[in-house]
Design a protein around this ligand. Structure first.
Ligand code: G6P
Length: 610
């Protein structure tokens, strides 16, 4: 994970770096640091958040024109001041910041120690900066050549920025499997892990490709491969607006993103249902229509919340497109030698488009001959670019670490895809047209549910001190139960489990007593009577029940401690509604427990390491 940012230009670099680091903090917040070129390399590092670094640096009278900054999510070496980036070579010649993992660091470290290098930190990154130094001192080469030589020996993933004391007017940048975007403005360049630190200065960017380097001076930039072959970069314009990156008056990004869902779902739908025919139109899949028509099996690969969206897609695709589906954790899929056959379509689901395991699964599926599609939020992200085709979810930037609006947009797009593939294959069963039509009313229905915020605050106050929670649902609501449990544990640190309601009898029922809150997702569908029976079983054992029910339900309110109503729609679409109260419940409980909602401990939004 980790966020990196670099600046070279005519303004004072320091405030630009700090502002950039704050925007990248979602990628990690264990420690932060900056290196500034002020005749000499000046270094500041601090355990904790970017605000702690700022306090440590204090006021700085001298502006500098070149610098770089890092916010860390620790992999090798505990979060402390020493392990914070930038790391500096023993000679003091090079400073380096790094996002990724150097897998062969132990071997390299030993080799460097044999040459008399000593190490300050426990990080893999320090090995790389020392290796660059080693080639520089030994080989009488330029800083750029030394970086290139070091990178040719490195196994692993990296997005790096390097500064050299002897060549102070440049930033050397390189990437392999960790994203790097370069913003191009008049007389200045900003490099970062994503576009968010850049957008205030320019919308013209280059996404560095794997195996590429960039050499930035105040006059010019050069893109080349790590083997030193000059590349013609693709200049792109980003669509991001600065306001989308602000909290907009909300206390937390998570709450803003929950409240935004009527709009983000509408954005995911925009232009994708033909108003005359009701048919689904997905421009991103037009070029692969033939392969989709011939698809024998669909395999979803994803992690975290995106995996839950994939699990929901299994229900949707099998019901409506009648195509067999498998749903895989990307990390498991890529390491277990999966069988990929002719006619298999692999669909990667990822909010960020940068998750290392999902990206690796995409590469593997491509190598094995599958058609690989992406359902991605991050425009221009690594997964979006690595897949053959795909559909953007257009949820807009999601900054809160716990995913909310990306999930509902993923499910919206996956519902459309089920319809689209059903259309192509001619397998559409009755009901799908109604489900697609029902999607259009979802934004209004979500807005209606958001009005029950006050009730959810009451429920949250009642259960904020619980130590365990159980979430139960059947059919389409089983993935929602998993997602509800994940949201709660991520941000409030309460242990929570999601289960298919009928499976409760095979284990979790043993946990039920008067202290166990059980959240039932029990709206009207064909399994309603069955889930009411499950609910009765919990009540009988004195469990505390919070139930998400269809508007007008009169049975469950007689049994449950708390009832939250959602409007009824097509059963296949209901998860888009039932997940909303679960998001609000976890949000309010976390706030009431004084947890850092947007930056929960140990987590990061974009997991770019395995
Ligand atoms: C992290 C985030 C989750 C996210 C998961 C997958 O764990 O905290 O919110 O669901 O990564 O990320 P992706 O960007 O691939 O959807």
């Amino acid at each position: 994970m980790c966020g990196i940012v670099g600046y070279i230009g005519y303004r004072d670099a320091y405030p630009i770096l700090i502002d950039g680091l704050k925007r990248l903090e979602y990628r990690g917040y264990d420690s932060a640091g900056v290196a500034l070129m002020n005749g000499q390399l000046e270094l500041f590092k601090k355990k904790g958040k970017v605000a702690d670094l700022e306090a440590h640096v204090g006021s700085r009278p001298h502006p500098v024109r070149i610098g770089m900054g890092h916010t860390r999510w620790a992999t090798h070496g505990e979060p402390n001041d020493i392990n914070a980036h930038p790391h500096v070579s023993a000679s003091g010649t090079f400073a380096l910041i790094h996002n990724g993992i150097i897998e062969n660091y132990a071997v390299l470290r030993q080799r460097l120690q044999n040459h008399g290098y000593s190490f300050q930190s426990d990080t893999d990154t320090e090995v790389l900066v020392q290796l660059i130094d080693f080639f520089y001192q030994e080989g009488q080469v330029t800083a750029e050549e030394a970086v290139r030589m070091a990178l040719s020996e490195v196994v692993g993933a990296y997005g790096i920025i390097v500064m050299c004391q002897d060549e102070p007017d440049q930033l050397i940048v390189a990437r392999k499997s960790s994203p790097i975007v370069i913003g191009l403005a008049e007389g200045e360049y900003i490099v970062a892990s994503d576009a968010t630190p850049i957008v205030a200065y320019t919308k013209d960017v280059i996404y560095l490709n794997d195996g590429e380097m960039a050499i930035l001076t105040t006059e010019e930039y050069t893109i080349k491969t790590i083997e030193n072959v000059i590349q013609q970069p693709l200049l792109q314009r980003i669509e991001l607006e600065l306001e989308e990156l602000e909290k907009g008056g909300y206390d937390h990004f998570m709450l803003k993103e929950i409240m935004e869902q009527p709009r983000s779902i509408a954005e995911s739908l925009r232009g994708r249902i033909n108003p005359e025919t009701g048919q689904v139109v997905l421009g991103g899949l037009v070029d692969v229509q033939e392969e989709l028509r011939a698809a024998n099996r669909i395999i979803f690969v994803a992690c975290g919340t995106s995996w839950h969206a994939g699990l929901l897609a299994e229900y949707l695709f099998e019901e409506f497109a009648r195509v067999p589906v498998e749903v895989e954790y990307a990390s498991e899929f890529r390491y277990r030698n999966p069988i990929i056959q002719k006619g298999d379509v692999v669909i990667a689901i990822s909010q960020s488009g940068e998750t290392a395991d999902t990206l690796a699964a995409v590469e593997m599926a491509k190598e094995r001959g599958a058609l690989v599609l992406g359902v991605v939020n991050g425009v221009g992200s690594s997964i979006a670019r690595a897949t053959h085709a795909g559909v953007y979810i257009h949820a807009g930037p999601e900054i809160g670490v716990a995913s909310t609006k990306a999930f509902t947009s993923q499910v919206t797009v996956l519902t459309l895809m089920a319809g689209y593939i059903g259309q192509l294959k001619g397998t559409l069963v009755p009901g799908m047209a109604e489900a697609i039509a029902a999607l259009q009313a979802v934004p209004d229905k979500v807005a209606q549910i958001l009005d029950s915020n006050a009730l959810l605050m009451d429920v949250s106050a009642r259960f904020k001190s619980a130590t365990n929670f159980l979430y139960l649902g059947r059919g389409y609501h089983f993935p929602v139960a998993l997602e509800g449990a994940l949201k709660l544990k991520e941000i409030s640190y309460i242990h929570a489990e999601g289960y298919p309601a009928a499976e409760m009898k095979h284990g979790p029922i043993a946990l039920i007593d008067e202290n166990m809150p059980v959240v039932f997702i029990a709206t009207r569908d064909e399994s309603y009577e069955k889930i009411v029976s499950n609910l009765q079983e919990v009540v009988t054992r004195e469990g505390r029940v919070i139930a998400i029910v269809s508007e007008g339900d009169t049975t469950i309110p007689e049994l449950a401690d708390y009832v939250i109503e959602v409007p009824q729609t097509h059963p296949a679409i209901m998860p888009l509604l039932t997940v909303i109260p679960l998001q609000l419940l976890s949000y309010h409980i976390a706030v009431m427990r004084d947890c850092n909602v947007d930056q929960p401990r140990n987590l990061a939004k974009s997991v770019t390491v395995e």
